[in-house]
Design a protein around this ligand. Sequence first.
Ligand code: FCB
Length: 421
Amino acid sequence: MHTRFPDGFRWGTATSAYQVEGNNTASDWWLWEHEPGRIRNGDRSSLACDWWRHAERDFDLMSAMHQNAARLSVEWSRLEPHPGRWDEAAEGRYREMLRGLRDRGIEPLVTLNHFTLPQWVADRGGWLWDGIIAAFAAFTSRFVRATAPLVDFWITVNEPVGLLISAYILGQFPPGRTNPVALVRALRASVRAHAAAYRAIHDAQPAARVGVAAYLRPVQPAEPRSPLDRWLAARLDHVINWMYLDALKTGRLVGPSGLRMRVPEAVGTLDFVGVNYYTRTRIAFDLRRPGNLFARADRPYDAEMSDADYGEVFPDGLLTVLREARRYGLPLYVTENGLPDADDDLRPRFITEHLLRIARAIEDGCPVRGYYHWSLVDNFEWTDGWSLRFGLYALDPVTQVRTPRPSAGLYGEICRRNALP
Ligand code: FCB
């Protein structure tokens, strides 16, 4: 028995510009990663996977794996390194990369903001700067027009809630703040920037498909009989998973404290939902953790963990979030799914088990149209530096040598057959 996927199903891998291009010196992350203590082991992105010069080498790997799709992002800081100054050469290089994908029969899905900002935007206040909405829409409009025949499939923002919590509550991403008021303002700005970018894209390309990549994970009470655990889990489920997407449907952003903000311009600005799925969270109410919304993460004693305790392997959670995301009545794409697993002992089964859940979701009537594995090659994993290895291919960042892990062969077979072997 083979589990087959619908005709035209998109098979891809996902990357982000900062994590693979190398030397993104005009980005806010460049300054951030060079501050002492920010990145595990003092790692640096440096050349990363050297995509700025040689992305085509990895496009060849994608095509050898029979991928018909790829998710990648662009660095605003390369295209507009100074306010209002557009870099034509950078635009040309992105066009060349996108054409390189098309020439190999690979459909690009392009993310316009994957965590990073130009340093000049950060200097003006980043997501708290009043001008960011207009500036992001202007950048989007210009890039979309410049690449029009090559791309019609866009993600405005990647994991906006997780990004802004890391930046404004946990202090782990630039600008390293720990201020709930700033978080709420930044969230609202992000929704408005998304809406403005959505309109800018559709003005240029009426037939474009435009979505958001949302980090979705089941949030479950550690002790299902505890009313406090249940209450807290429901509240965090709203904030982490649905608050942002709901705002694009209702025009109301209902914040962590229950505060309601109006964002009427966001209504109807979503053509599909991108689902980034990694793991689940189990939450216990803990009075000793007011700074963490009274939440303590908990895990089952028999949880199967990926490298460095990054997360529990929990394929059923993908089925859960796909069923829940059906509430928006839009096509769904799994825009990221993967795990850090340097020796590849978990990944082959991880891939198969998650794809089985997608097949089940499709049988149940969930309109899942594609899967983008995170990631093609090991890359610079933000604050974890090079310590977490998410690639189907192992990468030595010094020599740039790529070595396939067994999973690369398996995934290639799946892409080729449009079915699980
Ligand atoms: C996601 C991010 C992506 C990468 C993976 C491992 O949350 O979108 O950039 O870091 O996790």
